[in-house]
Ligand binder design. Structure first.
Ligand code: PMP
Length: 306
């Protein structure tokens, strides 16, 4: 899908025209994947554009940068304000926001610590990543033959650009085989996550999701779903899951910023079915929160400061 272009992108402290937000071809991150990033969503609410858990996303960005030895040259407060500056300068309300911290131009080779650290924040209108139909009726998922890389290979708690080559292999493999999204397993055969989503299993009324020790990204939608489900009295567990747990699940769904909450109706050609009652409750609660209609979790929505 071509990117819907808007007017401005924030780069290192300034709003620059979209077409001029460029880097040199010898940018370190282009060669070695030495960047960390976030995917964030802004929603239209009665009180104006509001960003879902912006502070949590910026905290994860700083953690990701730390894991790859990158000092972020802006404070979280500056990045918070810059995020709203991009949204408002482009006249956006509901949109996707993409902050990127990366090693720039000036050094080559694998020792990155002398390459400058650059920061950009872009925003653009982006609809449901796995489709509106997917959100309503569920999608078809397939376990990829590519394992997710574990904590012995990478800093799994980081959301780093280079790590997504692993996800790209899984995504292309299952897409070419006619499925909508991948499920990746760890080297031990534990269920990990989608190519860009966490995964949840419902069985006998209990909501389960793999723990970070199984190499999953600590998804902000994942954490929010666990909190909202607990508040609704749904028993929740973070536990290691096996491939069979997917097939014998009563309900399955993905969570992620781009995807939001997407039911899985088929896994490896086994029918799970139309979205079940727990999936629906969690989806409805999430929708109420992002539309600014939920008091208890209203604090998830963040607004421009001052
Ligand atoms: N896992 C992976 C690999 C991801 O890329 C994402 C998207 N950031 C997620 C899980 C979900 O995380 P979040 O809910 O914070 O978007």
């Amino acid at each position: 899908m071509p990117l819907p272009e808007v007017e401005k992108i924030w780069m290192d402290g300034e709003l620059v025209p979209w077409a001029e937000a460029k880097v040199h071809v010898l940018t370190h991150a282009l060669h070695y994947g030495s960047g960390v990033f976030e995917g964030i969503r802004c929603y239209s609410t009665p009180k104006g554009p509001a960003v879902f858990r912006l502070e949590e996303h910026l905290k994860r960005l700083v953690r990701s940068a730390k894991l790859y030895y990158m000092p972020v040259p802006f404070t979280p407060e500056q990045l918070y304000d810059a995020t709203f500056a991009v949204i408002l300068a482009n006249g956006l309300d509901s949109c996707y926001v993409r902050p990127l911290v990366f090693r720039g131009y000036g050094e080559m080779g694998l020792f990155p610590l002398n390459a400058p650290v650059k920061v950009a924040i872009a925003a653009w209108p982006w609809g449901a990543y796995l489709g509106e139909e997917g959100i309503k009726h569920g999608i078809r998922a397939k376990v990829s033959s590519f394992q997710s890389l574990d904590h012995t290979a990478l800093a799994r708690a980081a959301k780093a650009t280079g790590q997504y080559l692993n996800s790209i292999l899984a995504k292309v493999e299952v897409t070419n085989a006619g499925y909508d999204e991948a499920i990746m397993l760890t080297g031990q055969g534990h269920v990990a996550e989608g190519s860009g989503e966490n995964i949840f299993v419902v069985r006998n009324g209990v909501l389960m999701t793999p723990p970070p020790s199984d190499g999953v990204l600590e998804g902000i939608t994942r954490a929010s779903v666990l909190q909202m489900a607990a508040a609704m009295g749904i028993p929740c567990q973070e536990r290691t899951l096996a491939r069979s747990d997917l097939v014998i699940a009563d309900e399955l769904f993905y969570t992620g910023t781009a995807a939001e909450i997407v039911p899985i109706r088929e896994v490896d050609d086994h029918l799970i079915g139309e979205p079940g009652p727990i999936t629906r409750r969690v989806q409805d609660r999430f929708r109420a929160v992002v539309e600014g209609r939920d008091e208890e979790f209203g604090y998830y929505m963040e607004y421009p400061r001052g």
